[in-house]
Design a protein around this ligand. Structure first.
Ligand code: AHR
Length: 497
């Protein structure tokens, strides 16, 4: 099979907002305790954070990290996590039914995030709490001093404000699993009033209004239409969350799941624009895809975990090769919507449905999905270009006309580099790609990175990295055309300069 593409520097979608390569750390399982934080580990720094884990995160160049939840935030008292360690309470954590010891809280996390070079996207509790706790937390974090909460922060050893710019107004408030679930009207009103108070504390913040938890929610997309009717003028973004899994072992169908992600982004964009028209507003609402990933491998194991322990191994999906292909396609989908999706968080970052895993007291290692995330984050900065694609298609169980070739292109004007990201979804045959890049005169091939494996179910472990990329892809660039053979079921990064 053959596919053709035209890539032209004039076909601009938008500048890629670097924050689409964000991630997420929730107080859940071993993400914090035993993940980023383990004071007894030989690689722990003076605050108890693991240096080996920090190194892997730095490699990924994660621009923004969402914190502290997730479902956790809907029952969180942020005050429990600040001040002297020995005064901090141990709480029943109801979202994941564990004990939260509060060894790590806002200040420790801010220090850690600075150390890995990331901004923080902070979420406030709109489940059990509301306007008051949110405005107090914001005052604690961002007000310079001379008020009760800002002076409390200073008394906790943080003289300078943290200046957190981005704030999520709650988490998945449409979900019956959420502590303090809301109807769309209840949420819309609460989010609006919270946003109003928060903006009075700090007018420079950006706010994310809660969207649907996934496309299968019965309230999608009415949730967006109703809630945005309330929050449109006070929020800057609406959130999208989506996880996929290959539950029925149908890989062709699984790799087509980004057709659903595509439909999700288009529907939310359309709903935002409908509200914009209805309100005669001049403002454009942007999208924050602040939870996305594969999540299903660990579902059964999680059922067997006894409640009320500290940091049990929850949501520890061990990702295989085909999961990495889908993660690559999800990144491609985000890039193709760079005009509206301005933030996104791979959920999550360490141990919990994560690209990075740790052994308690031992090694830190890379899952299969680490690699597409790494490549997109490192090489996908610049302007997203619209590739014109002619690809053979296939029909899967839930989708028709699925292109075998899934691709996005990023032009980094400053570095004079072009990167083609491509997944060949064909599980049985290679795809011969011919790509017209004549508008990039004089550009040469830098490398063709490939992630491939004969076994779709191959996984990495702490001891062995079976799935890792190589740079022997064999693409050629001559007379303004790139020719490449994309192996069956492969993730490809073709770099030109
Ligand atoms: O990321 C894991 C969980 O998935 C988050 O806590 C929640 O927001 C979502 O349902």
């Amino acid at each position: 099979p053959r596919a053709r593409m035209v890539v032209d520097k004039a076909f601009k979608i938008a500048e890629v907002d670097r924050r689409i390569y964000g991630s997420f750390i929730e107080h859940l399982g071993r993400a914090v305790y035993g993940g980023i934080y383990e004071p007894t580990h030989p690689a722990a720094d003076s605050l108890g954070f693991r240096e080996d884990v920090k190194q892997l995160i730095k490699e990924l160049q994660v621009p923004i990290i969402r914190y502290p939840g997730g479902n956790f935030v809907s029952g969180y008292n942020w005050e429990d996590g600040v001040g002297p360690l020995n005064n901090r309470p141990k709480r029943l954590e109801l979202a994941w039914r564990t004990i939260e010891p509060n060894y790590v809280g806002t200040n420790e996390f801010m220090e850690w995030a600075k150390g890995v070079g990331s901004e923080v996207m902070m979420a406030v509790n709109l489940g059990t709490r509301g306007v008051d706790a949110a405005r107090n937390l914001l005052e604690y974090c961002n007000h310079p001093g001379g008020s009760y909460w800002s002076d409390l922060r200073r008394s906790h050893g943080h003289e300078q404000p943290h200046r957190v710019k981005t704030w999520c107004l709650g988490n998945e408030m449409d979900g019956p699993w959420q502590i303090g679930q809301k109807t769309p009207v209840e949420y819309g009103r609460l989010a609006y009033e919270t946003a109003k108070a928060m903006r009075l504390v700090d007018p420079d913040i950006e706010l994310v209004s809660c969207g649907s938890s996934n496309t299968a929610m019965p309230t999608f997309p009415e949730w967006e239409a109703v809630t945005l009717d309330h929050t449109y003028e006070v929020a800057d973004y609406v959130s999208l969350h989506q996880y996929y899994g290959n539950r029925d072992g149908d890989s062709a169908n699984y790799l087509a799941r980004t057709m659903d992600m595509e439909h999700f982004i288009r529907t939310v964009t359309a709903t935002c624009d409908y509200i914009k028209a209805k309100k005669r507003s001049k403002k454009t609402m942007y999208l924050s895809f602040d939870e996305w990933n594969v999540w299903f491998h660990s579902n059964a194991a999680d059922q067997a975990i006894e409640p009320w322990s500290i940091a049990p191994p929850q949501l520890e999906d061990n990702y295989n090769f085909e999961d990495a292909l889908l993660v690559g396609s999800m990144l491609i989908t985000l890039l193709r919507h760079a005009d509206r999706v301005k933030m996104a968080c791979l959920a999550q970052l360490v141990n919990v449905i994560a690209p990075i895993m740790t052994e308690n007291g031992g090694r830190a290692w890379k899952q299969t999905i680490f690699y597409p995330y790494l490549h997109a984050s490192v090489f996908g900065r610049g302007t997203s270009l619209q590739p014109i694609v002619e690809s053979p298609v296939y029909d899967a169980q839930d989708y028709t006309d699925v292109p075998y070739l899934d691709s996005a292109v990023v032009y980094n004007e400053a570095e004079e580099e072009v990167t083609i990201f491509a997944v060949n979804r064909n599980l049985n045959e290679a795809l011969d790609l011919n790509c017209d890049v004549r508008s990039f005169e004089g550009y040469q091939l830098v490398e063709h990175i490939v992630l491939e494996n004969d076994d779709l179910k191959a996984v990495n472990t702490a001891a062995e990295e079976k799935v890792k990329p190589h740079s022997k892809g064999g693409a050629e660039c001559r007379d303004g055309f790139v020719n490449a053979r994309l192996s069956k079921a492969s993730w490809n990064v073709i770099r030109l300069k």
